[in-house]
Design a protein around this ligand. Structure first.
Ligand SMILES: C[C@H](O)[C@@H](O)[C@@H](O)[C@H](O)C(=O)O
Ligand SMILES: [Mg+2]
Length: 443
């Protein structure tokens, strides 16, 4: 089936009206409608083989990503899977460095989100052909083959191909038992679903109590809009979870550098493990200053959900500007680029704690963090994967959480195939969900 040719790419604008109940809200994204540009790759295979991919967005603007996916589609339609994976690095470059299209990037913004959607679908297709979930395809892959999927351009000053290969070869030791451990226990997760910024104290208390009863021990709270609110909310949640559970805070880029330091210092009494996205996501040196100032308080800096490519991560690592690397399955160039980031994090000995606050992100990124543990970092120290409890019912193979751990997916592929009925209902603007909302607005 590797010979299957990709005959068509379809892309749809699918949105969920999460802003109505403030799910997903933070200090900068006050009304997010969790959305995806949803890609399906059709093939000429008899076995009705298809590849499914997506990239996450938050409502208006999804149509621009859809447009960018269409613009890139000519680069993938007509290729066989074999052609792509026999030189995946070359194919990655074809998409990310197209001589005309790169002008609207390069490797950042909308075009990078579109690249992610397409490449996520290609990886899904490959894993389906191999009859494995994506994480298993990755952990079983020969290290040299894995390396051949990565574009090392611009990062060899931080990580050479040889160093990356050495990391993978070294981590072969103990791989089998780590894989068995994951299948048995799962990968540790934390929840963000109790404390979105738009939730009331009452909601926060109820959701947090329920989560504690379900076995959650690590919680993230949104902060950054109003200091007094933050003090009240953090104090509330710290009381609920007790001194031994873990608390993280997330400002979604709200502050200037000095403001971040002052603000977080005032929240230090609640002992957050990290402050996430304290300032502009592109400000490497700003993050380094914040890291330095907060280190004596025992608070680390986490970032990555809007870190648009491997070069940004390289600089953050080189400048000791973050203490937690938050990879994102859709922000950068899919698995190919995330492999580079995971390997750089290993070289710099910084834990990877993926971002998953969105629709479909939990489904996707669980594969990458399983790969990180089994085949790269071999450590769970200071590591956990984000989980948000929204919209999983729209997926064919939704995430499975047991005792606050991600249980490794078993179905073939990259877990982002959506239920066709859900796609049709939520397609923007013609799906019935959006037509009903429009109707109500008119009344
Ligand atoms: C708009 C989104 O919900 C963000 O608030 C979310 O991704 C968040 O930053 C997170 O870390 O989960
Ligand atoms: Mg965040």
């Amino acid at each position: 089936m590797l010979e299957s040719k990709i005959t068509q790419l379809t892309v749809r604008d699918v949105r969920f009206p999460t802003s109505l109940e403030q799910h997903g809200s933070d200090a900068m994204h006050t009304d997010p409608d969790y959305s995806v540009a949803y890609v399906v790759l059709e093939t000429d295979s008899d076995a009705a083989l298809k590849g499914y991919g997506l990239t996450f967005t938050v409502g208006r603007g999804t149509e621009i990503v859809v447009c960018a996916v269409k613009a890139l589609s000519t680069l993938v339609v007509g290729k066989t899977l074999k052609e792509i994976i026999s030189d995946f690095r070359g194919f990655y470059r074809l998409l990310s460095s197209d001589g005309q299209m790169r002008w609207v990037g390069p490797e950042k913004g909308v075009i990078q989100l579109a690249t992610a959607a397409i490449l996520n679908a290609v990886w899904d297709l490959w894993a389906r052909v191999e009859g494995k979930p994506l994480w298993k395809l990755l952990v079983d892959m020969d290290p040299a083959k894995l390396i051949s999927c990565i574009d090392f351009r611009y990062i060899t000053d931080a990580l050479t191909e040889q160093e990356a290969l050495d990391i993978l070869v070294k981590a072969k030791k103990g791989q089998k038992s780590r894989e068995e451990q994951m299948l048995k226990e799962g990968y540790p997760a934390y929840t963000t679903s109790c404390a979105w910024l738009g939730y009331t104290d009452q909601q926060l208390t109820q959701l947090c109590s329920e989560a504690l009863a379900q076995g959650w021990t690590k919680f993230k709270v949104k902060v950054g809009a109003d200091l007094q609110d933050d003090i009240r909310r953090c104090s509330l949640i710290r009381k609920l979870i007790g001194p031994n559970n873990t608390l993280m805070i997330d400002a979604n880029q709200r502050w200037d550098v000095n403001e971040a330091i002052t603000w977080v210092t005032k929240l230090a009494e609640f002992h957050p493990l990290w402050i996430e996205e304290p300032t502009c996501p592109d400000d490497v040196l700003g993050h380094a200053s914040i890291s330095k100032a907060l280190a004596p308080l025992g608070i680390g800096v986490a970032t990555g959900e809007q870190c648009h490519n491997r070069v940004m991560f390289k600089q953050f690592l080189q400048a000791s500007a973050l203490q937690f690397v938050q990879i994102d399955s859709c922000r950068v160039g899919s698995v190919n680029e995330n492999l580079a980031i995971i390997l750089m994090a290993a070289k710099f000995n910084v834990p990877v704690c993926p971002h998953a606050g969105g629709v479909g992100l939990c489904e996707l990124v669980q594969h990458l963090i399983l790969f990180d543990y089994v085949s790269v970092s071999a450590s769970l120290n200071n590591r956990m994967c984000e989980y948000v409890d929204h919209l999983h019912e729209h997926f064919k193979s939704p995430t499975i959480i047991r005792n606050a751990h991600y249980i490794p997916p078993k179905d073939s592929g990259y877990s982002c195939e959506m239920l066709e009925e859900s796609v049709q209902k939520h397609q923007y603007p013609q799906g019935e969900v959006w037509r009903a909302i429009e109707q109500q607005g008119k009344q």
